[in-house]
Design a binder for this molecule. Structure first.
Ligand SMILES: Cc1cc2nc3c(=O)[nH]c(=O)nc-3n(C[C@H](O)[C@H](O)[C@H](O)COP(=O)(O)OP(=O)(O)OC[C@H]3O[C@@H](n4cnc5c(N)ncnc54)[C@H](O)[C@@H]3O)c2cc1C
Length: 378
């Protein structure tokens, strides 16, 4: 098959590599001048810097870890994060220590949640699930909510949480164990020795893969190439490929401020769960990657920038699906990856979904040897 892939991020590169080793010819089009997408990183005078915030690979699946390691030569790490809250620095995600510091005991937290999130005598009204705040209160109780969610998520959404749709709150991890690791559910956690960009470059380095950088694909180009390729796979956002003909699918965007200084934060990566600090996250890259140059990055939600976090309201999910269906029907384009699926996916999930996608296409192709039937079933 002759396959076009839009985007040279981790999803595009994994799919390209797997098709190429299966004997297919792949052309990748990337709008940036470098590969990597959101995982783009570089060495800044002796310190590895991730351009879009710290990227740590984490998975519980050994085969996914081994696959990534073929290209990345990973250094296993322990990844801890603390949150600056109105109660001071606390471990994050919420663990036993944070619960005890905020709620005095696990029993007291459970009692509060069982009472409907907030002790009724404090508020005097019944809770409902009509907005983000009430849903979060019901889920974790008043004290954890005020400490970890109220200010952080209000900065994230740009408004008071009583004015945010309840469906946008998709839970928060509260673990009663004493774990100290941010990805405490996963066994394999690490970072490629020379960074993700180098790892992705290595994936794309194959005799049957051609990569064209600085090439943004739009609707005109899709019309031009749809007859030239058997399959077009896109990791771009479907609305951008169709010139936003309905309306823009909304994402939260961030601005990143880089500072040349050192920190005394308790962990190299921190969250700011207090109102007074406008930033949401901070990372001290020198400490995180044991570098030599002082580089601190501060993240703040902003109106402009790259599309980072999908705003998954029911309407936006519908809008995304409409665009993706149109792309498939009119141009035969299959949408995948974080932008193609309109979901926040980890890098490990990006790889496992890509493996599953290529397996499915290849098995259908071997079964039918007819690309139109393959596309029909995708
Ligand atoms: C702030 C943040 C932090 C994260 N941290 C972690 C982490 O610590 N660990 C983890 O596992 N995951 C993390 N993730 C998730 C991780 O970034 C993604 O899983 C991964 O990058 C998915 O890659 P992708 O290829 O699907 O998308 P992307 O990386 O977005 O790649 C899409 C590519 O397509 C290109 N493109 C877009 N439109 C066009 C077009 N029209 N024409 C040509 N090219 C186009 C883009 O330039 C880009 O290179 C984080 C995500 C965010 C937002």
């Amino acid at each position: 098959m002759k396959i076009a892939i839009i985007g040279a991020g981790l999803t595009g590169a994994t799919i390209a590599r797997l098709f190429a080793v299966n004997g297919h010819n792949v052309e990748v089009y990337e709008k940036a001048s470098y590969p990597g997408g959101l995982a783009y990183d570089y060495d800044l005078s002796g310190t590895m810097v991730s351009h879009y915030g710290p990227h740590i690979f984490h998975t519980d699946y050994e085969d996914i870890w081994n696959f990534a390691n073929k290209f990345g030569n990973f250094i296993p790490i322990k990844y801890k994060v603390q949150a600056l809250t109105r109660k001071g620095w606390l471990p994050y995600p919420i663990n036993r220590e944070s619960i005890i510091k905020v709620c005095n005991s696990i029993r007291s937290m459970k009692k509060e949640i069982a009472a409907g999130g907030v002790l009724k005598e404090n508020h005097g009204y019944e809770l409902n699930l009509h907005n983000y705040e009430t849903k979060a209160l019901k889920c974790i109780g008043n004290r954890l909510y005020k400490t970890f969610v109220k200010d952080y998520d209000a900065k994230f959404h740009g408004r008071e949480l009583c004015n945010v749709l309840p469906e946008l709150f998709d839970g928060i991890n509260v673990d009663e164990d004493d774990h100290k690791n941010y990805f405490y559910k996963d066994t394999f956690i690490g970072f490629p020795k020379h960074g993700f960009t180098r790892m992705i470059e290595k994936m794309l380095n194959h005799s049957r893969i051609i990569v064209t950088f600085n090439h943004e694909i739009g609707q005109k180009f899709l019309i031009k190439i749809r007859e030239q390729f058997d399959l077009i796979v896109s990791t771009a956002s479907p609305d951008s490929l169709l010139n936003y003909r309905h309306t823009i699918i909304p994402y939260h965007k961030s601005s990143f401020t880089f500072l040349s200084c050192d920190t005394n934060w308790p962990t190299p990566t921190v969250k700011f769960c207090i109102k007074d600090i406008p930033f949401i996250n901070g990372v001290d890259y020198k400490r995180l990657h044991k570098g030599t140059n002082s580089v601190v990055m501060m993240e703040m939600i902003s109106e402009s920038g790259d599309r980072l976090y999908p705003i998954r309201s029911k309407w936006n999910i519908f809008l995304h699906q409409k665009y993706a269906n149109e792309l498939k029907e009119h141009y035969g384009v299959i949408s995948v990856g974080r932008l193609g699926s309109f979901k926040q996916i980890s890098m490990a999930l990006s790889i496992s979904q890509s493996i599953a996608f290529v397996r499915r296409v290849t098995s259908l192709y071997n079964k039918y040897n007819n690309i139109y039937k393959v596309k029909g079933e995708l």
